[in-house]
Design a protein around this ligand. Structure first.
Ligand code: NAP
Ligand code: MG
Length: 458
């Protein structure tokens, strides 16, 4: 029903025909309606996904709304692009029109439920598409609340924005194989992403995928350690490591390895694990019991592979935390990049620290992964950082920073981290088809070379 509603809205409503400025104005009003109810959205995010009060209120909701606002601005762009002057076979006027791709099926994960909903809905609506969004079964609440607020504004024609909850195994194949859907956008595990691409192949749907990562964080020997140590903790432990672009492999020169590990452990052991709603909490619960089991399994795998636990995570003893999915941070040293804990996405508070000698070796280790979502470089010599950044095969590189994803800049993966880009003009254009229109300036018989190729017999 949702797919049919989205199809009808795309084919028959006034939505697609709106001028860019009208669509932009309408989206700005929608963002204002969401801004007015930020607190409800932040509460839904915190109680449903277990993200901390600070993360929901200082990051997810405000940043999400800034991103939505940016797409409202992008919506107001002329969908016409020029083509270089064409003179063969005769002078013609040519231009490209960017048009909405159509009905978009969008599937999002549980780690950033609100932000991911916005990264999907906002560019699609800005481009004039219609949407069927499927949030993760663990975290439907902030997306439901957002769609409810948008519907209450009455600004969108019926059928333009739809949301369907339910298991990915059921809703996913419906969206991916329906001939009424033009595009699938997915964020989640690389494994499910592979299946989505295969299913979408049956109708040659456009596909954008934002998948896993095992992002290298390269600490150079001239790094400001006060910044790089806390930066490495932020890169890894933000939202408990449940972020696709977390800096989960820290590469450290052997000359300062012991000092860095000692300082990392000292700082990481001071991170406060606690209930999400407390303003004191640095690290809240993991998303689910099964994610907690999976993280514990990875810790056992790391120990069995011979990595040394400089800090060994465990379930906290605080009675208040007994019934939640809590675990304290783990830092593994003596890690070889071929180990499973260095190659596979743990999606939990587990950092591996790998030793290197010389920048060439650091770059080789950094690129030795199936993933290529993000990477980071910590150093004082920006020229040297830039040179390393250019050698890393990943879609986002931070220099002396992490987790900064701006509405204006593209985000997405090299290699098995995905296809396509989100955010900015790049993300916007993923929701547009490209149409070339050719208009000859002359219509004399002499200017039409085809008259001589297929010639009806007299
Ligand atoms: P997942 O299975 O990839 O789930 C992501 C989304 O895809 C959810 O909405 C899910 O719905 C849906 N889905 C599941 N099976 C599907 C299918 N066969 N067809 C279409 N959609 C489907 O991720 P997960 O199982 O929650 O987490 C497993 C691991 O994936 C994590 O440990 C982590 O390594 C990785 N992960 C990565 C990201 C990322 O941002 N790159 C995000 C989340 C997880 P349901 O919720 O109904 O299953
Ligand atoms: Mg799954």
């Amino acid at each position: 029903m949702a797919i049919r509603a989205a199809r009808t809205a795309f084919d028959e409503s006034e939505w697609v025909a709106l001028r860019p400025s009208q669509r932009s104005e309408l989206l700005h009003k929608i963002v204002s309606a969401l801004e007015a109810r930020q607190q409800e959205l932040a509460d839904a995010e915190m109680y449903n996904g277990g993200c901390t009060w600070r993360k929901a209120n200082l990051m997810d909701i405000p940043v999400g709304l800034i991103n939505f606002r940016h797409f409202a601005e992008l919506a107001d762009s002329e969908p016409i692009e020029s083509v270089p002057q064409i003179t063969f076979p005769a002078m013609s006027y040519n231009h490209v029109r960017r048009e909405p791709i159509g009905v978009c099926g969008q599937i999002i994960p549980w780690n950033f439920p609100f932000l991911m909903a916005i990264w999907k809905i906002a560019p699609a609506l800005a481009a004039g598409c219609t949407v069927v969004l499927k949030p993760a079964s663990n975290t439907p609440l902030s997306a439901l609340k957002m769609v409810e607020i948008i519907h209450e504004t009455g600004l969108l024609p019926p059928g333009v924005l739809n949301l369907v909850t339910g298991p990915g195994e059921v809703v996913g194949p419906e969206l991916c194989t329906s001939p009424l859907v033009d595009k699938i956008a997915f964020t989640g595990s690389t494994e499910v992403g592979r299946g989505i691409m295969q299913q979408a192949a049956s109708t040659i749907k456009k596909v954008t995928l934002e998948l896993g990562g095992k992002s290298p964080s390269i600490l150079l020997d001239d790094a400001d350690l006060d910044l790089a140590i806390d930066g490495s903790l932020w890169a890894t432990f933000m939202h408990n490591g449940q972020a696709c672009e977390s800096g989960t492999r820290l590469l450290v020169p052997s000359s300062i390895y012991d000092e860095v590990v000692e300082r990392l452990v000292a700082r990481a052991s001071r991170l406060k694990v606690g209930i999400a709603s407390s303003g004191e909490t640095d690290i809240g619960p993991l998303i689910s019991a099964s994610q907690l089991r999976s993280v514990e399994e990875y810790i056992q795998i790391g120990l069995a592979e011979g990595a040394k636990p400089a800090l060994l995570g465990s379930r906290p003893t605080d009675p208040e935390l007994q019934n939640g999915f809590f675990i304290t941070p783990t830092i593994f040293t003596d890690v070889d990049n071929s180990m499973r804990i260095a190659q596979e996405e743990v999606f939990g508070p587990v950092l591996v620290v790998i030793k290197y000698d010389g920048i060439d070796e650091a770059v080789r280790i950094a690129n030795d992964t199936i993933y290529g979502l993000a990477a980071g470089v910590w150093g004082r010599d920006i020229e040297r950082c830039m040179s390393v950044a250019q050698q890393i095969r990943a879609g986002t590189i931070w220099i002396n920073d992490w987790h900064v994803l701006n509405a204006e800049a593209p985000f997405g993966g090299y290699k098995q981290s995905g296809i396509g880009r989100e955010l900015g003009e790049w993300g916007f254009k993923e929701y547009q088809e490209i149409k070339h229109i050719h208009v000859p300036l002359n219509n004399n018989r002499q200017t039409k070379f085809w008259f001589d190729i297929v010639v009806p017999q007299e």
